[in-house]
Design a protein around this ligand. Structure first.
Ligand code: GRF
Length: 233
């Protein structure tokens, strides 16, 4: 078996997507290995969880550095020390500079809780409810200099129920995020999706892979059925 691709995760908070990636990487024949978790917030709950899994961690608060460049240089040093080839942003709440991103172009991915390009930025679930969409979801994309703007690699759709609140919707989207992220990291680590001329290019796709781009079916909440019924002719 070829060596697994060393992957680091950047977080700022609870780290549930980080945990989903750690769980995915524990699967037999998974092509990526999680070598370390960095947080810009020492209090991030995800750091303790990672450490409990025996994963290297680094807390690098932005306030400890004189500039964004110095902060990113410190992150870069840690990533190099771990030999990280892929970087997954998982609830990392700080914009990375164009320089950082360009040095690792095609090897930094992010998960965002909406079907991009809709609802970039924060508060995606309340904005989706306000807009009255019937489908919401999550996106994993290659990171480029613009916020939530890089080429889309994979998306999972989550039906919106008329009774949803931002919290109920967030929890179903989060469940979809946990399923999608591990699958997308697999594709990136296997080289089955690459960033070429500003697009995510997929090769060697299976029917199973395609299904995952539309909607992860396990764990569907019965409340979804109420919403889907609205579309029954
Ligand atoms: C997730 O909803 C992710 O999409 C967004 O921030 C949240 C992080 O949650 N970027 P967690 O820390 O992974 O639990």
């Amino acid at each position: 078996m070829s060596a697994r691709v060393k992957t680091a995760i950047l977080i700022s908070g609870r780290g549930s997507n980080m945990q989903a990636l750690v769980a995915a990487a524990a699967e037999r024949d998974y092509p990526a290995e999680i070598v370390g978790v960095v947080s810009d917030r020492p209090e991030a709950g995800g750091l303790a969880v990672a450490a409990a899994h025996g994963i290297a961690t680094a807390a690098l608060p932005r306030g400890d550095f004189p500039s964004r460049d110095a902060h990113e240089a410190a992150i870069d040093l840690v990533l190099r020390d771990w030999g990280a080839e892929i970087v997954c942003l998982a609830g990392y709440m700080r914009m990375l500079s164009a320089g950082f991103v360009e040095r690792r172009l095609g090897r930094v991915i992010n998960i965002h809780p909406s079907l991009l390009p809709l609802f970039k930025g924060l508060d995606t679930h309340s904005r989706a409810l306000e807009a009255g969409v019937s489908l919401h979801g999550c996106t994993v994309h290659f990171v480029t200099a613009g916020m939530d703007e890089g080429p889309i690699i994979g998306q999972a759709a989550v039906p919106v129920s008329p009774s949803d609140t931002p919290d109920t919707l967030a929890s179903r989207v989060l469940h979809a995020e946990h399923q999608l992220y591990g699958r997308v990291l697999r594709w990136v680590a296997e080289g089955r999706v690459t960033l070429e001329n500003g697009r995510a290019v997929h090769t060697g796709f299976t029917a199973d892979d395609s299904a995952a781009l539309i909607a992860p079916t396990p764990g569907i909440d019965p409340a979804h059925l109420e919403n889907l019924a609205r579309f029954t002719p």
